[in-house]
Design a protein around this ligand. Sequence first.
Ligand SMILES: NC(=O)c1ccc[n+]([C@@H]2O[C@H](COP(=O)([O-])OP(=O)(O)OC[C@H]3O[C@@H](n4cnc5c(N)ncnc54)[C@H](O)[C@@H]3O)[C@@H](O)[C@H]2O)c1
Length: 248
Amino acid sequence: MSVPGHHNVAMVTGAAGGLGGVIVRCLAAKGYRVLAADIAGDAIEAFTADAGDRVIPHQLDVTDKAAFAAALDRARAEWGGVGVLVNNAAITRTTPVFDIAPEEFDLVTGVALKGTFIGCQVVGAHMREHGYGRIVNIASLAGQNGGTSTGAHYAAAKGGILTLTKVFARELAASGVTVNAISPGPLNLDSVRSLLPPEKLAAVVGTIPAGTLGDPAYIAEMVTMLASPQATSAIGAAFDINGGLFMR
Ligand SMILES: NC(=O)c1ccc[n+]([C@@H]2O[C@H](COP(=O)([O-])OP(=O)(O)OC[C@H]3O[C@@H](n4cnc5c(N)ncnc54)[C@H](O)[C@@H]3O)[C@@H](O)[C@H]2O)c1
């Protein structure tokens, strides 16, 4: 296996968010240079201010293909290319299924599903050209079981990400590019704890066999495991990290 010099350059979307931030810091701590991309320009600037020179903030709307290509160009200019892509950006709405307007459906699926598609297409083509790459798509338990409070559009988008992961994995496998997904259950993040009132949150936690919300740091560790040059045989896999909430 030939590993290009930029194998340790990563691009993470949704980098200013709860999980994205943990992933960026974990990759940086393991020696990766990281283009930390998020639509929230101010938040990503603030977040990366103390993250050291290994991390560059970059404003990116993942639903914009030209903008994604420009983000790739920036990483190429700074560091020679991108070896790792983590498609992590997503939004949720708790709207009940019969109340979801088509515009809201497009918005939610646009960020998670179309954004992941564009990322795999744009950065996947670059990786194929170099004969090396690691793409990790952040899906969700909701994409497997339909979700509960996170919204039908969100669940459908996450299910779609699991399917796209297989499609791109098959397409890119012979080029030294792996594509895999991680499906977390509810994580111990502010965004989760604030989504539900305390008694409902306690009820959700009560259904998790492990008895706790998932640890974002463990998801980040799994990202770095799948991002490493040694991770050659995981192709189109989905890793269920949900405290035993869903087994298959
Ligand atoms: N939090 C959980 O319990 C949980 C569980 C399962 C899966 N996940 C998944 O983990 C990922 C991160 O979740 P989180 O809890 O950190 O969410 P979060 O809301 O904290 O972060 C999401 C980030 O995505 C950014 N974003 C939104 N639209 C964007 C766009 N168009 N382009 C670029 N960036 C955009 C936001 O600005 C935000 O910083 C998501 O894919 C989510 O579905 C989270």
